[in-house]
Design a protein around this ligand. Structure first.
Ligand code: C5P
Length: 239
């Protein structure tokens, strides 16, 4: 596979064309951003950690019959993925109260929820990714009612697999964000990344935060936290 022209550069990744029109080449960057890009830093090693962790988690989900865009890890910071058109929705699943949920509703972080909750956000930087209802999604024609049902069902399936998997490693999967895309046949696939940038991961014993909140809230060394997650997942040698 040959790497071709840069297609798109996002906050955390670069996307390149390849010699195969159905496949794109992702390069994970060492940049950290938070609060819709207001807080920025370069963190050496972050690209490698997120690439390794995402690759492991997409393979794990595949084992459980949940397909994603992931094709192959190419190097420490690069992977090949199927080309998809990203649906402009962020699908958040929550198991414990934290982050914006706690802030908006005045519920203390760490409080368990009676069942996993699914939320949708409209992926639009200029609007600051606002939360959006199913009626809004229909009104803006972002996805059909059936597609929204499918996204919810898939997100909850991902939650079941990953909550159990992280649980066995002594980690609480507090919440996470997923993105989905459509391939050229119209299949909806899990896309983007699943990493400590997009999940809240708390040590079960100590409640230590092992995710991007370390950066958002200046809680210490981000790469130490992400290395801890990668080590518990078995390290990079399995991918
Ligand atoms: O900030 P909030 O509590 O809504 O985030 C919920 C989850 O979604 C967190 O795990 C966070 O890391 C993730 N998220 C994300 N990208 C965003 C917004 C939230 O990965 N743009």
């Amino acid at each position: 596979m040959e790497k071709r022209a840069l297609l798109y550069e996002g906050k955390a990744k670069r996307v390149y064309k390849t010699s195969d029109e159905d496949i794109v080449w992702l390069e994970y960057k060492d940049s950290a951003t938070a609060f819709n890009g207001e807080k920025k830093a370069t963190i050496t090693g972050k690209g490698r950690l997120n690439n390794e962790i995402t690759s492991l988690l997409f393979l794990k989900l595949k084992d459980f019959g949940i397909p994603s865009h992931f094709v192959e890890k190419l190097s420490e910071t690069e992977q090949l993925v199927k080309k998809v058109d990203i649906i402009p929705l962020e699908v958040v699943v929550r198991n414990l109260a934290a982050g914006s949920f706690s802030k908006r509703l005045g519920i203390e972080e760490g409080n368990p929820l009676s069942k996993p909750l699914v939320e949708f956000y409209y992926k639009d930087d200029a609007l600051g990714d606002p939360m959006i209802t199913e009626d809004h999604i229909e009104e803006l024609k972002l996805a059909s009612t059936e597609e929204v049902e499918f996204l919810k069902k898939k997100a909850l399936e991902v939650n079941e697999v990953l909550s159990r998997f992280f649980g066995e490693l002594g980690i609480n999967l507090v919440d996470f964000k997923l993105e989905f895309g459509k391939d050229k046949e119209g299949n909806i696939l899990l896309a983007d990344e699943i990493s400590p940038d997009t999940c809240r991961l708390w040590d079960k014993e100590t409640n230590a935060k092992l995710d991007k909140d370390v950066f958002r809230r200046d809680l210490g060394n981000l790469t130490d936290a992400y290395e801890n997650i990668l080590a518990r997942l078995g390290g990079s040698q399995h991918v």
